[in-house]
Each structure stands twice: as structure tokens, then as C-alpha cells.
Write a protein that binds this ligand. Structure first.
Ligand SMILES: NC(=O)c1ccc[n+]([C@@H]2O[C@H](COP(=O)([O-])OP(=O)(O)OC[C@H]3O[C@@H](n4cnc5c(N)ncnc54)[C@H](OP(=O)(O)O)[C@@H]3O)[C@@H](O)[C@H]2O)c1
Length: 304
């Protein structure tokens, strides 16, 4: 297949692009930065220079492709609208990357939630509603799921906390690298509040495998949570302090966390509960090879 990947220079998109190449697919990768085009070419990815707001570039490249993987920005509605319009009536797959902060709560690190969400929350007719901050992201996910009615094989892959080193040009994910940067700068590993909040998680190599499987086999309108384990942030920061040989972990009040990491990262990515269960192992035959973020931190962080 010829696959257009947005975000091909990034952590998720780059990892997917590399896995797609290894599976024998031809990959075109979008980047806004001409200087990164050569680096993409060296990975065997045909570079396309443009941005998510360049409707003409996106439309032309999506129409030339047999499938599109949108991995640049989970919150860019305009790009999703353009891609659906470009693929309408073709039955081609559109794999959209979302993130499980859509179920994030307001725990701010203080409580471990007992609520575990299943994929049915995005099923037609579901009465589930996200926190208002996350409503626009969920509306984009619904647009992709509903694109079946326009003749697009729309699939949403809702990723949890992704750990591991990227397989493409970008090495770092979002949440754990943010904790590591703060710890290295201050000398103290910290989590939001008491670090009791729990997130589901998954290794980036397993994520990339799942995108390849979904591209080949996921039916139109499928919503998948992408997860193969979970951990409380206190477990993550305890492992980081050990791996980095730094002080901590220490509790951090929400105001200081917001000042350091920003509102969305502190409140949702690092401070909320996001516990979900996916069905991809059963429905797509996905076999994740990694199950423990703590094992990964022990083995890889600090030795890089
Ligand atoms: N990492 C995680 O754990 C995780 C989990 C769930 C969801 N997500 C979401 O998934 C998305 C991708 O995450 P990531 O970790 O792969 O991020 P990333 O490493 O920053 O990669 C995103 C890539 O998308 C491209 N991009 C960004 N804005 C663009 C625009 N307006 N037009 C064209 N290209 C654009 C950038 O490429 P150029 O600079 O080369 O153009 C960048 O390399 C984000 O929205 C993130 O919130 C991430």
C-alpha cells in the first residue's frame, strides 16, 4: 500500500512510518520543515513538505495514497475534515491518532480512580461525555468514526501514555520525558500532587505494530484504546528516581506543576487518572511485547 503519514518526523508518526516500511508499504511523510525532508528520505520515507492547514497539499497527497495515517496532532480538526473530504467515497482507510486524556479526570494526582473505561464510550448512542476541556478532541474522534457514512474507512487509535524510544527521527514521547527533564533540571524527581493517579500505558514499538494491523484489518468506525498495562505516577517517579540516581520522588502542588509543565500537561497528561481497556488483542490479533513501564524505565532510562 502507498500510505500518507502526517507527523512522520514525530514520535508516533515516525515510529509508524518506520514500521510500515518494514512491513513492505510505501510511505509518504508530511513535514513542515524542508530541512527534515532529507532525513525522512534517509529512512526510506518520501517527504512531502507542508502543514496540516495546507488543504491542497493534504487533499492531493491523500488522493494519491491508498491509506492515510494522521499522527501529527490529535486536536487539529481542520486537517481531519480535509482528509475525510479527500477520501470520501473511496473506502480507503483513515487512521486517526487520539489520546486517552479524553477520559482524564480532575484528580490532580491526589486520588487513584477505580473507573476503567471501555471502547463502548465512543459507540453510537453512548451517553458518556468528557470533561469540557476534552470535548473538542472527542468531537474530532467522532468525526472520524462517522466518516464511514461518507465512504471512508475511518478508525481512531486512542493512545494511552506511550513509553519507549521512538523508532524514527524523534526519540522522545510526551509524559515521561517531561518528568525526566524537570528532574534533571532541578535534581529532584517530582509528580503532580501525591502521584496516586493511574494511567494506562503502552510501548511505542507495540503502538506501531497495532497501526499496521489496523491499517490492514480494522473495520470502518472502529475505536481502539491502545494499552497493554497501567501504573500510578508514583510507581513511575519512584522508578525514575532510581534510574536517574536523583532525589525523590516528591509530591508537588498543582500550582507549581502547572507553572513548570503548563495547564494541560500538569492537569491532564500528568495529573489525571486515565484508565482504559482496549480490545485490539482480541479483535486484531495484536500481541504487545511490552507490559511494564517500570521494567522499561529500569532497563533503559538513565542508560541512554
Ligand atoms: N506521545 C504520546 O504518548 C501520545 C499519546 C496520545 C496522543 N498523543 C498525541 O498524538 C499527537 C502526536 O504526538 P507525538 O508524541 O508523536 O508528537 P511529536 O513527536 O511532537 O510529533 C508530531 C509531529 O507532527 C508534526 N506536526 C505538528 N503540527 C503540525 C502541523 N500543524 N502541520 C504539519 N505537521 C505538524 C511535526 O512535524 P514537523 O515539525 O516536521 O512538521 C511533529 O514532528 C499529539 O497531538 C499528541 O498529543 C501523544
Amino acid at each position: 500500500m502507498r500510505v500518507l503519514v502526517t507527523g512522520a518526523t514525530g514520535f508516533i508518526g515516525g515510529s509508524i512510518a518506520v514500521r510500515l516500511r518494514a512491513a513492505g508499504h510505501r510511505v509518504c511523510g508530511l513535514t513542515r520543515t524542508p530541512a527534515k525532508a532529507e532525513r525522512l528520505a534517509a529512512l526510506g520515507v518520501e517527504p512531502v513538505v507542508g502543514g496540516l492547514d495546507d488543504a491542497e497539499v493534504l487533499t492531493d497527497r491523500a488522493r494519491e495514497a491508498d491509506a492515510v495515517v494522521n499522527a501529527a496532532d490529535s486536536d487539529h480538526r481542520g486537517a481531519v475534515e480535509t482528509l475525510i473530504a479527500a477520501l470520501a467515497g473511496t473506502g480507503k482507510p483513515l487512521l486517526h491518532t487520539s489520546g486517552s486524556s479524553v477520559v482524564g479526570d480532575g484528580a490532580r494526582g491526589e486520588t487513584a480512580s477505580s473507573t476503567v473505561y471501555g471502547e463502548e464510550i465512543l459507540a453510537p448512542g453512548s451517553s458518556w461525555r468528557p470533561e469540557p476541556d476534552k470535548a473538542p478532541r472527542v468531537a474530532i474522534d467522532r468525526l472520524v468514526l462517522d466518516s464511514a457514512s461518507a465512504g471512508v474507512r475511518g478508525v481512531v487509535l486512542c493512545n494511552t501514555l506511550i513509553y519507549g524510544n521512538g523508532l524514527g527521527l524523534a526519540r522522545d514521547s510526551v509524559q515521561i520525558p517531561a518528568l525526566v527533564r524537570q528532574a534533571r533540571e532541578s535534581g529532584v524527581v517530582r509528580h503532580v500532587g501525591a502521584g496516586r493517579n493511574i494511567w494506562s500505558n503502552v510501548h511505542v514499538a507495540d503502538v506501531a505494530d497495532l497501526y499496521v494491523l489496523a491499517l490492514e484489518n480494522a473495520p470502518a468506525g472502529t475505536f481502539h484504546f491502545v494499552e497493554s498495562g497501567e501504573a500510578a505516577f508514583l510507581e513511575v517517579t519512584t522508578a525514575l528516581a532510581r534510574a536517574l540516581d536523583l532525589a525523590g520522588p516528591e509530591d508537588w502542588d498543582i500550582e507549581s506543576a502547572v507553572a513548570a509543565w503548563g495547564y494541560e500537561p500538569a492537569v491532564y497528561a500528568l495529573g489525571s487518572n486515565s484508565r482504559v481497556r482496549g480490545t485490539a488483542e482480541r479483535t486484531l490479533g495484536w500481541t504487545p511485547r511490552h507490559r511494564s513501564v517500570v521494567d522499561w524505565i529500569d532497563a533503559e532510562v538513565g542508560h541512554a
